[in-house]
Design a protein. Structure first.
Length: 199
């Protein structure tokens, strides 16, 4: 003769499996129940649900199960790490989702969490795109400067050949167009970059 018991893990008390209890040799008709087990059968759970045992109430409850689902911090958009996170909490991903976590991935670094969802922060996006555009402009200007380095005085004094003069003027026009990029209506979201004279 045997008796079914139901084991649950020691921290979140989630159901982990069914086993058989051993008879208690000291108590007639009694059974030996290991730690973290009960004779009360857990309820049936659906996908992404877990049965959790309340030892004080001697009852099971069905709660959301986030253990196989990617979670993200609403403050930073970073993947949830139970050992290092902005909330400083080692939360076991079973039960109601804390308000500082979400299962929605941050669409971009420019999105912020607001009213239960990610919202585009236009100011942040504009600042990032502006910095990106400025860095790209600086790189393109630096490359263009190498093409005309040391030729300005020769151009002004008319010492360049026609071919050298045309090349110098093409690069000068290109650099001027780069300087004027911020004046474009779509800047910094939509930029029509000038074509390099070598293109």
């Amino acid at each position: 003769m045997s008796k079914d018991i139901y084991n649950y893990e020691p921290y979140a008390h989630t159901f982990i499996g069914k086993a058989k209890a051993d008879p208690d040799p000291l108590v007639k008709g009694g059974w030996i129940l290991p730690a973290n087990s009960t004779v009360i059968a857990p309820p049936v759970t659906a996908d992404r649900q877990a049965a959790v045992f309340d030892a004080a109430a001697q009852a099971w409850s069905v709660v959301p199960d986030w253990r196989q689902i990617a979670l993200y911090e609403t403050a930073t958009g970073a993947p949830y790490n139970p050992f290092a996170n902005s909330a400083g909490v080692a939360w076991i991903p079973v039960g109601p989702l804390p308000d500082w976590l979400t299962n929605q991935a941050q669409p971009s670094p420019d999105h912020v969490w607001s009213n239960g969802g990610w919202v585009l922060d236009v100011v942040r996006e504009t600042a990032r795109l502006t910095v990106d555009a400025q860095m790209k402009t600086a790189q393109m200007l630096a490359a263009a400067e190498l093409q005309t380095q040391g030729l300005t005085d020769a151009y002004v004094s008319g010492q360049l050949s026609d071919e050298e003069k045309a090349r110098f003027e093409a690069w000068a026009a290109y650099k001027r167009a780069l300087f004027l990029a911020p004046s474009q209506p779509g800047y910094p979201r939509s930029i029509e970059w000038p074509a390099s004279p070598t293109a």
